[in-house]
Design a protein around this ligand. Structure first.
Ligand code: NAG
Ligand code: NAG
Length: 316
């Protein structure tokens, strides 16, 4: 029995090492994040716990008129995870004049990524001016530990009733960014409202972001990104452009993060944090490049794990 527990703790130790070699990108709709939430300690700790799992985390529905809630969140994050350094980059408040406004905020680890460029999409394409309520705030990152090295994130929180139109217009943003920065490594992410009542099945073949073969939708239609038990909708999505970038993603790693289950919260406690789960994806890391990339590292890990499990079985 002792040898079994010894082996098990050895296994956990190896799993921890592997955890340190991950690179995670997340998108999280914080559902009306502002002063009120920032004054609730329990909520702030849970947010910090979720966000510090990610190397880059896109936050949406930030409604912080005075700018105090976001800086408080950054403080909480920095106190919660002292092994990494964090900073953030926020867009202007976006939204049609005189109506509801939100910001996109990227929280990122300065020890694993650098912001190299940013671009507030002007949304003035001739013939399709003002296509978005919340024009994408596009950010370019350099991440030396990933195998892709550098990539661009295009965030989007669609207006539910205009989701089909806005998702199609994101295709124009993608082409614009590819030309401007001469890069193919682009990821589009956020609360697309791309399911249930907001994106009818019959309209999907009119959305270029869906029909273009160079785009890979990593979060499936049968995923549930909503916290409420009574709903099951795949609103939040991650879309990858290009074969090269798609090959730099850890296969099957894209998923919603069910923080309610993970942190053993009640539905009410979870809903007080947000009505959405974050969605996330892992990029392959290049630190084990001398072993022919992370895939062989992972498979040798799995082989080792199998070996240990067999030994455990024999011993018990
Ligand atoms: C939907 O988009 C149109 C323009 O494309 C805009 O005039 C309208 O206000 C949008 N609806 C909402 C609810 O934002
Ligand atoms: C959720 O938030 C409401 C409103 O702030 C509060 O009254 C309630 O006690 C909270 N519930 C839990 C389980 O934290």
């Amino acid at each position: 029995m002792t040898s079994v527990s010894l082996l098990l703790s050895l296994l956990l130790g190896v799993a921890d090492v592997r955890g340190g070699s991950e690179f995670r990108i997340c998108a999280f709709n914080l559902h009306h994040f502002g002063e009120s939430k920032s004054n609730k300690n329990e909520i702030m700790i849970t947010l910090a716990r979720i966000i510090t799992r990610c190397d880059v985390c896109l936050l949406q529905e930030v409604r912080d008129r005075k700018g105090t809630a976001v800086s408080k969140l950054l403080q909480t994050i920095r106190r919660y995870d002292t092994r990494n350094q964090y900073d953030l980059l926020a867009s202007e408040r976006l939204g049609r004049k005189g109506s509801y406004q939100e910001q996109y905020v990227f929280v990122y680890r300065t020890n694993t990524v650098k912001v190299t460029d940013r671009y507030q999409y002007p949304d003035n394409m001739p013939g399709d001016e003002d296509a978005f309520s919340r024009e994408p705030f596009v950010v370019r990152f350099k991440a030396p530990k990933t195998s892709i090295q550098e990539f661009v994130l295009i965030p989007q929180h669609t207006t539910p009733t205009n989701a089909t139109k806005e998702l199609d217009a994101l295709y124009d943003v993608l082409q614009n960014v590819r030309r401007m920065w001469r890069t193919e490594n682009v990821m589009l992410l956020g609360d697309f409202n791309a399911d249930c009542g907001y994106l009818a099945k019959k309209n999907r073949d009119k959305v270029r972001l869906i029909t273009d073969r160079s785009l890979h939708w990593l979060i499936g239609e049968d995923s549930d990104t909503t916290v409420k038990h009574s709903t099951s909708c795949s609103y939040d999505r991650i879309v990858i452009h290009g074969e090269k970038f798609n090959g730099a993603v850890v296969p099957s790693s894209a998923q919603p993060f069910n923080f309610q289950q993970e942190y053993r919260l009640t539905e009410e406690q979870a809903l007080n944090v947000s009505d959405h789960y974050p969605v996330e994806v892992l990029l392959k890391v290049s630190s084990s490049r001398s072993f022919n990339g992370v895939t062989s590292f992972t498979s040798s890990f799995t082989a080792f794990q199998c070996f240990c499990l067999i030994i455990c079985h024999l011993l018990s």
